[in-house]
Design a binder for this molecule. Structure first.
Ligand SMILES: Cc1ncc(C[n+]2csc(CCOP(=O)(O)OP(=O)(O)O)c2C)c(N)n1
Ligand SMILES: [Mg+2]
Length: 284
């Protein structure tokens, strides 16, 4: 990928982060930490890798995206809106009764959502089933999953890990957004799941470790998948609330009840960042 394409993707991720702030402004709150840490992964999937069509969201040959850690949904809504799956005005309904973008993704309410998630620990099993059936149907589609590191405490993940390896489901690529924090503190204090890559390797997966907030590394691993006949687990080292200058790596920003001053600061900073990428792209 050349430098210009990379800058375009970084701009896209910044626009998505601004979309998240738009939802937080509408609803007054949101799970910003996990949405921002996963933003490079979600952006690279929607704007670089996945074969999806906003005009035809149920296209049979599409790639599938499963947000296993459903509370990160602001990242997915931001990308779907930016991609044109629904009008951006819908972002302004976040937090209101009857909204199509509720606190966890609902496939019956929003085009582009493939599964209802939010109860942690189920996305990998759902993805296994989808990937197996796509393979049986001879489809070229891939299934991408985004999980949280705290989410790995759910035992159901490990049944899914065994099944994916056993069935050699290599049209499946999973990411663990390894930001080191969950809802109530450091993952290593609440329920230590490290070394994550070694665990998946022992179950029979290919594993790669990347900096998950480095767009070039995310793009590179997406280009390389699958590595073999095994499923691929990408352990993506990230910073929780990445891009929220006053909230990075702070568990208090797992769920943000935003105040006007901080929200305005975040909007200003990310708008400036977007403008700098736009300038760079214009060659100024
Ligand atoms: C089965 C289940 N148990 C508990 C919760 C409550 N919960 C919501 S977010 C969260 C922490 C998740 O942490 P992590 O997977 O690290 O995601 P991050 O917030 O870092 O994106 C928990 C425990 C839940 N949604 N589902
Ligand atoms: Mg986490």
């Amino acid at each position: 990928m050349d430098k210009k394409q990379l800058t375009e993707l970084k701009l896209q991720a910044t626009r998505c982060r601004l979309n998240v702030l738009r939802m937080v402004r509408a609803g007054g709150h949101g799970h910003i930490g996990g949405a921002f840490s996963a933003m490079e992964i979600v952006t690279a999937l929607y704007f670089y890798k996945m074969n999806v069509d906003p005009q035809n969201p149920r296209m049979p040959d599409r790639d599938r995206f499963i947000l296993s850690a459903g509370h990160k949904c602001l990242a997915q809504y931001a990308a779907l809106a930016e991609k044109g799956f629904f009008p951006k005005e819908v972002l302004d309904t976040y937090g209101s009764l009857g909204s199509h973008i509720p606190g966890h993704p609902d496939m019956h309410k929003l085009p582009g959502v493939e599964a209802n998630t939010g109860a942690l620990g189920h996305g990998l099993s759902i993805a296994n089933g989808m990937a197996l059936s796509l393979r049986l149907d001879g489809k070229p589609s891939k299934v991408y999953v985004v999980m949280g590191d705290g989410e790995l405490a759910e035992g159901s993940n490990w049944e899914a890990a065994a099944a994916a390896a056993h069935h050699k489901i290599n049209n499946l690529v999973a990411f663990v957004d390894f930001n080191g924090l969950q809802i109530s503190g450091r993952v290593q204090d609440v329920m230590n799941m490290t070394p994550i890559a070694d665990h998946f390797k022992a179950f029979g997966w290919d594993t790669v470790e990347i900096d998950g907030n480095d767009m070039a590394q995310v793009v590179d691993v997406l280009d390389r998948a699958p590595l073999s006949d095994k499923p691929l687990m990408v352990v993506a080292h990230t910073v929780k609330a990445k891009g929220l200058s006053f909230g990075e790596n702070d568990v208090a920003f797992h769920f943000w009840n935003a105040n006007e001053e901080q929200l305005a600061q975040a909007e200003r900073e990310l708008s400036e960042l977007a403008a700098s990428y736009e300038k760079e792209l214009k060659g100024e």
